[in-house]
Design a protein around this ligand. Structure first.
Ligand SMILES: [Zn+2]
Ligand SMILES: [Zn+2]
Length: 258
């Protein structure tokens, strides 16, 4: 399984930087987890292959370019873009984003080949299929309804925490797996901002260290993600100081394979 954290910020020469403002992971060049930068950082080939997008929650950094992605592809889509999300997120996308005001309601529109966007409701705790992947979503502890994901193919399992503070069910699902290859887990704010992290339901490195005691798979790679760009240098240092074997910061643009 190949996973790429799509970049979202580019320097004056057009090169991706390490600052991560939007969240979007690409699995095997065809399935997106969240859609922050899906319209701005895919290669042409990837853009032709991505037709499944799993949306973990409604926050703007996770959906920012979803409408633009569908808009760009509108005339050429031969099958709809499938948006996999819990019903509460689907309802909010329809009410607050694709509402004919912020953007057209693509779920009601067709091109010459048929529908251009289709919602695929997901149920927490119930495995579902997305392309060649098996996926289980679990509720995590964020300020709005949010799911973490466990994604498996025939050989590999990778977990995505999405945005969360301390949580239980996510780890229960992970620890029941026979094998876990990697967990992508958020570390949003430095230790000095623990109060804000608590209020907005995010981790600091110190809180993450406590949380990782729940992980039973000792061999799994741990990739820290969702580092707020303003505090990136501090976060990288504080994460290194945790001294956790297998913990590294995931780099935008790079591909990771398990
Ligand atoms: Zn969030
Ligand atoms: Zn976020």
């Amino acid at each position: 399984m190949k996973i790429q954290l799509l970049p979202s910020t580019f320097n004056g020469n057009g090169q991706a930087t390490l600052d991560q403002r939007l969240t979007c992971y690409l699995i095997d060049d065809c399935v997106a987890v969240d859609a922050g930068s899906v319209a701005i950082a895919l290669s042409d080939t990837q853009r032709q292959n991505v037709r499944d997008i799993i949306v973990t929650h409604l926050h703007m950094d996770h959906i920012a370019s979803l409408p633009i992605f569908i808009d760009d592809l509108f005339a050429s889509l031969k099958e709809p873009v499938r948006v996999h999300a819990t019903q509460i997120v689907i309802d909010a996308l329809e009410r607050d984003v694709f509402n004919w005001n912020v953007y057209p309601r693509f779920s009601e529109l067709t091109n010459q080949h048929g529908p251009v966007m289709k919602y695929m409701p997901i149920t927490e705790g119930k495995e579902f299929q997305v392309a060649h992947l098996r996926v289980t979503a679990t509720t995590v502890n964020h300020i709005v309804p949010t799911v973490g994901l466990v994604v498996s193919d025939s050989k590999t399992s990778v977990a995505f925490s999405s945005d969360t503070a301390e949580t239980e069910e996510f780890w229960d699902v992970i620890n029941r797996l026979p094998k876990l290859d990697a967990v992508l887990i958020e570390a949003s704010f430095p230790n000095s901002m623990a109060k804000l992290a608590h209020v907005t339901r995010h981790f600091t490195p110190a809180a993450l260290k406590t949380e990782l005691q729940k992980l039973k798979h000792e061999g799994a790679d741990i990739l820290a993600v969702h580092l707020k760009p303003t505090y990136r240098a501090t976060l990288v240092q504080e994460l290194a100081e945790l001294g956790i074997n297998k913990l590294q910061v995931m780099e935008p643009g790079s591909c990771y394979t398990w």
